[in-house]
Design a protein around this ligand. Structure first.
Ligand SMILES: *Cc1c(COP(=O)(O)O)cnc(C)c1O
Length: 355
């Protein structure tokens, strides 16, 4: 998988691990070691995946947050400038839902601060920002192969580095074994992802699809059999992304710009899910059965489990709160047909009075 991924992304430096958070935490450990103890803060988008926060905490670092603009999910640069960092080790920018986000301002700011700029493309494998592949723009790029990601192997993650000063091959990583459990899990997820059964999956009390914050995860290598599976699966990535984008176009036609995120013409999104700023309120059961849900319940800095690890000097985050309150996400995966997308889209229009 390592070679295949490097070829696909046209990079020569790549670290594979059992999850995205494991790869991220191993990278943070190394950077902190290299740069000394003064730089102990990581700047994160206030609305992001809880496992990013967990990776920072696992590495013993502090979290600082910046706000996000709800209209296009990009960094609110005025809020970035308000964060008072004393020792910023890493600045993280992201492409949520595989929607390419303009991270130029954030990247420049990170450079001025002397921080490493990490591009979180966990949801963006295969997307383009102009000519450049998502994840290859930052000093380092993060990818995940977990459930719901562009290449959903069920587990696994990767870090790539364009900066030759970042020696990914020097990071010690221990083998995980063959990975039968992961393979079984991937199969179960495939079966559950079947249209009729999708409702069951969403209602299973397995913790699937909910947001846990657990900094005690392990950081082994990618399991052997997933590693094999991964290099072959990469061949299907374009087809999977193509399908997601055509479902996104269907949703786009239905919503006609009401609550949707605009995409500049030169960019190619991935659409792991289709986001709509629909509004407050519960999602009706029928839509939940189709897999319509909110993404992360709160900004990370509003979660009491994460708050002990925040540094001081965090700006207000009204944008991230608005996203957490108003954003719903619609499924685009390979089991969703155009017909289903239309049914889901029209029900959302109705349920949230977007007409
Ligand atoms: C899934 C995800 C991660 C972490 O990946 P895991 O493989 O689940 O650890 C990081 N960032 C974002 C935006 C994600 O969606």
């Amino acid at each position: 998988m390592r070679t295949a991924l490097c070829l696909y992304l046209k990079v020569d430096n790549c670290l594979l691990a059992e999850s995205g958070r494991a790869a991220l935490s191993l990278l943070l450990d190394m950077l902190w070691f290299q740069r000394g103890t003064v730089c102990n803060e990581v700047l994160l988008p206030a609305y992001t995946c809880y496992s990013v926060a967990a990776a920072v905490v696992r590495s013993g670092l502090k979290i600082r947050v910046y706000d996000i603009d709800p209209s296009n999910l990009s960094p609110d640069m005025s809020s970035v400038r308000k964060t008072k960092g004393e020792g910023t080790l890493v600045v993280v920018g992201q492409h949520l839902f595989g929607i390419p986000t303009d991270l130029n301002g954030l990247q420049t700011w990170a450079g001025e601060e002397g921080a490493i700029f990490l591009e979180d493309a966990a949801q963006g494998l295969g997307g383009l920002c102009g000519e450049r592949m998502l994840g290859t723009i930052g000093d380092v790029g993060l990818f995940s192969f977990g459930r719901g990601k562009p290449l959903p192997l069920g587990c696994g993650g990767a870090i790539i580095a364009s900066d030759r000063e970042i020696f990914l091959d020097k990071i010690p990583i221990h083998p995980k074994g063959i990975g039968c459990k992961q393979l079984l899990m991937a199969t179960v997820i495939q079966i559950l992802a079947h249209k009729r059964l999708y409702g069951i999956m969403e209602s299973l009390p397995l913790g699937l699809g909910d947001t846990t914050f657990d900094p005690s995860f392990s950081t082994h290598a990618m399991p052997l059999c997933m590693n094999r599976l991964g290099s072959n699966a990469l061949w299907f990535l374009e087809a999977l992304n193509e399908h997601r984008c055509s479902r996104a176009r269907d949703y786009h036609d239905i919503f006609q710009g009401k609550g949707t995120i605009p995409i500049p013409a030169q960019n190619k999104p991935v659409y792991t899910r289709y986001p709509v700023l629909a509004g407050h309120g519960d999602i009706p059961n029928e839509l939940r059965r189709y897999g319509v849900r909110r993404m992360y319940p709160k900004p990370i800095s509003d979660d009491v489990r994460i708050q002990p690890y925040l540094s001081s000097g965090n700006p207000p985050i009204p944008g991230a709160r608005e996203i957490a309150d108003r954003l719903i996400t619609l499924p685009t995966h390979h089991q969703i047909t155009r017909e289903t997308a239309y049914r889901i889209g029209n029900q959302v229009l109705e349920a949230f009075a977007l007409k």
